[in-house]
Design a protein around this ligand. Structure first.
Ligand SMILES: [Fe+2]
Ligand SMILES: [Fe+2]
Length: 591
């Protein structure tokens, strides 16, 4: 564009420099004499030369103005690119003000943002937030505050009318100005505010979202430490300044709106993730805090890996976004539990309490039946005039059978606990599945039904094979759920990372039985944190808390067995990462 403009000007310059030569007419008889003609020709030639010189000067001025304009456009363009790349809102606002001051040679400046009041449809209670200030010459304490959005201040006036305010001297405002200038800052700091340019920032919908206020345009790069220097070097802002800052401010407004949208989107994601964690914990209250502790541990481990300058992770770096990805994946790793039946998650013993109650009542019935049988036998013996010894024998037999049933009931009570079941106990439970009693209708029934035998025969923990499978299903459910969310580019692996949190390097994990080369570093770190927290977390209804040292030994064993990453575990233990969440987990620390 600049090049084209320059071409047009040069063409115009050519025309100006060489005007078309006029056709000379032949001198008429009786006309002017030769010397007079020569004089006139000389004057004309001189005038032509002067005109040519003037034209060249105009061209040079235009060209330099054009070059300046081109540079300004280039600078504005660069600023626009830099602003649109900045995602941190505070840094962005700082840049907006800094660049506005740079291109106008302003000594100081402030930035205000419009804040919507409670009623979104009425601007009545909108306010202006004093967000930022910069001053090359005076240090001033800064504190954010808000003020009414009205035209009594220059910033308010610019925001309200959407028009720039340009004053040569803030102490001598043009007559009839609706706004005033507060000298309080100047009086406190000894600064002298003179020229001011206040420009509204308009977003893509032409709404004013803030105001850039520039102070004291300087004719030289000096620090304005005294009023004398202000008088000497401060000049009014020009129409070009106004134009430049307006252009920059509108780019800045769009960049600010974009950054704010991205920030809001991140906040929304953060709130969604937190709400999801609350939901998981509502579903599985016994693991309260587990997701957050796993996230804390995994992020800490990732940061330690990132800091390693040598060893297996000397070259491994994580970006800020990758760390956020790890945090979200860790916070949501067990989300799939919302799709697992609550009774499985909360199962305290091998039999659900309602089933255990039935078994207890059954044993009570068997004992009562035995007593009824005894009394009936004794009545028959007495009626038949049986000897005392025979009756005593009946009593002994009854006592022995009762003791045996009570002992079997104890076996069931013991087997119901979610601890390890020994071989003897397992055999006794199986035997009870075959043993029979008669119900009230005279039907033969087993002491333990097949489903009860199956549940009570579980060797470790409280869950049957099917229940364990249903709980393990939470990993796939987590993946299905997370995979449906439109994660932005930098968080695209959240679902993938969470999906692998129960995989083991030797292929013994679930659900996909992945092996080492298929398991990335993120889930490897998460698995260590997850197992550690599950082990040391305060007693749960189905398990006792494991002391920290023992938990670390279990992890070391797993690493030796090729299930966990030994290098990552090394950092986890050496850097004492695990200590961070111990108080939150209510863990037992071995002394
Ligand atoms: Fe899990
Ligand atoms: Fe977990």
């Amino acid at each position: 564009m600049v090049g084209m403009a320059r071409v047009r000007l040069t063409q115009r310059a050519g025309k100006l420099a060489s005007p078309p030569a006029k056709k000379r007419s032949t001198p008429q008889p009786g006309g002017r004499s030769k010397p007079i003609r020569r004089q006139r020709d000389g004057r004309m030639a001189k005038a032509r030369r002067r005109k040519a010189i003037d034209s060249r000067r105009v061209i040079r001025q235009l060209e330099s103005a054009l070059t300046r304009k081109g540079e300004e456009l280039h600078e504005l363009n660069n600023i626009g690119v830099a602003l649109s790349a900045e995602r941190d809102i505070n840094k962005l606002l700082d840049q907006i003000l800094k660049k506005s001051r740079e291109i106008t040679a302003a000594d100081a400046g402030s930035l205000y943002l419009v804040e919507e009041g409670k009623d979104k449809n009425s601007p009545e209670d909108d306010r202006l937030r004093f967000k930022l200030t910069q001053n090359d010459s005076k240090m001033a304490p800064f504190e954010e505050f808000t003020m009414a959005l009205n035209d009594t201040s220059m910033a308010g006036c610019a925001a309200l009318t959407g028009k720039s305010v340009n004053v040569a001297d803030a102490y001598h405002l043009p007559p009839g100005s609706p706004y005033k200038f507060s000298r309080s800052f100047d009086e406190k700091s000894g600064y002298r505010t003179k020229s001011m340019l206040v420009v509204p920032m308009r977003d893509h919908q032409d709404e004013v979202i803030g105001v850039v206020q520039l102070i004291n345009k300087k004719s030289a790069g000096v620090k304005l430490r005294s009023v004398g220097l202000v008088d000497k070097y401060v000049i009014p802002f020009t129409a070009v300044d106004e134009e430049l800052v307006s252009s920059l401010a509108s780019q800045a407004a769009v960049a600010y709106e974009n950054a704010r949208l991205i920030q809001n989107m991140k906040k929304l994601f953060e709130a969604f993730v937190n709400a999801s964690v609350v939901t998981i914990e509502k579903r599985d209250p016994v693991t309260q805090g587990h997701s957050r502790r796993v996230a804390d541990l995994t992020v800490d481990l990732a940061e330690k890996v990132d800091q390693a300058s040598s060893g297996p992770f000397g070259d491994r770096r994580f970006t800020k976004d990758e760390i956020l990805e790890i945090r979200y994946a860790s916070l949501l790793h067990d989300f799939g539990k919302v799709g697992v039946k609550e009774k499985y998650l909360l199962k305290k013993a091998k039999l659900y309490s309602i089933h255990f109650e039935l078994v207890e009542q059954r044993f009570e019935y068997i004992l009562q039946s035995l007593e009824v049988e005894l009394l009936a036998t004794k009545m028959r013996q007495i009626a038949a005039g049986a000897a005392r010894e025979a009756i005593d024998e009946t009593d002994r037999t009854y006592a022995a059978r009762r003791a045996e049933i009570i002992q079997l009931r104890e076996v069931v009570r013991h087997a119901n606990k979610p601890t390890v079941l020994e071989e003897v106990g397992a055999q006794a439970i199986e035997e009870l599945g075959r043993r029979r009693y008669r119900d009230l209708a005279g039907e033969e029934r087993p002491y333990l039904r097949p489903d009860e035998v199956e549940a009570l025969s579980v060797r470790k923990g409280s869950l049957t094979h099917d229940e364990r499978e249903a709980i393990n299903e939470h990993v796939s459910l987590t993946y299905e759920f997370l995979n449906q969310l439109p994660w932005t580019g930098e968080l695209k692996r959240v679902a993938e990372i969470a999906w692998a949190h129960h995989e083991k390097l030797d292929g013994s994990g679930y659900p996909r039985r992945l092996r080492a080369p298929e398991i990335p570093i993120q889930p490897r770190m998460m698995t260590i944190s997850d197992i550690f927290d599950a082990l040391v977390a305060a007693d749960r209804p189905y398990k006792k808390a494991v002391p920290v040292e023992k938990a670390l030994d279990i992890l070391r064993d797993e690493a030796r067995g090729g299930k966990l990453d030994k290098d990552l575990l090394g950092i986890f233990i050496e850097a004492k990462i695990y200590e961070k969440t111990l108080p939150l987990a209510g863990a037992e620390v071995a002394r």
